[in-house]
Design a protein. Structure first.
Length: 220
């Protein structure tokens, strides 16, 4: 893969710039296979006409509130495909799918549809990985942990150094020291693992420039 997605993790703490036409820092990723691009975006709440327009992110008009009226509760997202996967990128602090999959019927993981999500959880740390392997269930893990399902994704997380030692396995002081020494690279390791598992590559230049197609997704 020429670009992979490790760069997303490397910029996990980069601040958002008003001058940036696209995205760079604090990106949450949701990717799915077993359903097509439009199907997944519609499940997240995308408008059909807006989806059909395939408007580049840098040209997407985000509505603002008028005097006496609240601003619409929507967030702009970028999307695309790579191999068997459709992916959605968001930099508003969370991943829409993660906020809704337990309550919104259209977002519930179905058999034969695999979903992998990394959400930054700015409003409710820590950042979290969710894996719906295609059996209708979803498993969650904080960054630095594995899902505990002995899955190929867990193996990829371990291989990338994205699984940190736990207190039951190690002396607590050693765990704290390990986190202090290696914590800065954790997001990069997580996105490296997910990129390897999904064979996913996303062009950072296109994302930063806002060239990928986009839609507005309602907040759940």
């Amino acid at each position: 893969m020429s670009n992979g997605i490790a760069w997303i993790g490397a910029h996990s703490t980069t601040g958002k710039s008003a001058a940036q036409p696209g995205m760079l820092g604090g990106i949450s990723l949701t990717c799915a296979r077993g359903l097509d691009e439009d199907e997944f975006l519609i499940a997240l709440g995308a408008d059909l006409a807006e989806l059909a327009a395939r408007t580049p992110y840098k040209e997407l008009a985000v509505p603002v509130g008028r005097p006496g009226r609240p601003s619409p509760h929507v967030n702009p997202v970028m999307f695309g495909t790579c191999g068997d996967w459709v992916y959605v990128l968001e930099d508003w602090g969370m991943a829409t799918w993660e906020t809704g999959y337990r309550r919104v019927e259209s977002m519930r993981p179905c058999p034969d549809e695999e979903i992998v999500c990394v959400t930054t959880n700015w409003w409710s740390p820590p950042s979290v990985i969710i894996h719906a392997p295609g059996d209708g269930r979803a498993w969650r893990a904080d960054l630095g942990q594995e899902t505990g399902q002995s899955s190929a994704l867990d193996a990829a997380l371990r291989a990338a150094g994205a699984v940190f030692p736990s207190v039951p396995d190690e002396d607590e002081a050693e765990v704290v020291a390990y986190h202090e020494e290696h914590g800065e690279r954790l997001s990069t390791a997580v996105f490296t693992a997910i990129g390897n598992y999904c064979e996913l590559s996303i062009d950072p230049a296109a994302v930063q420039a806002g060239d990928l197609p986009s839609v507005l997704i309602p907040m759940v």
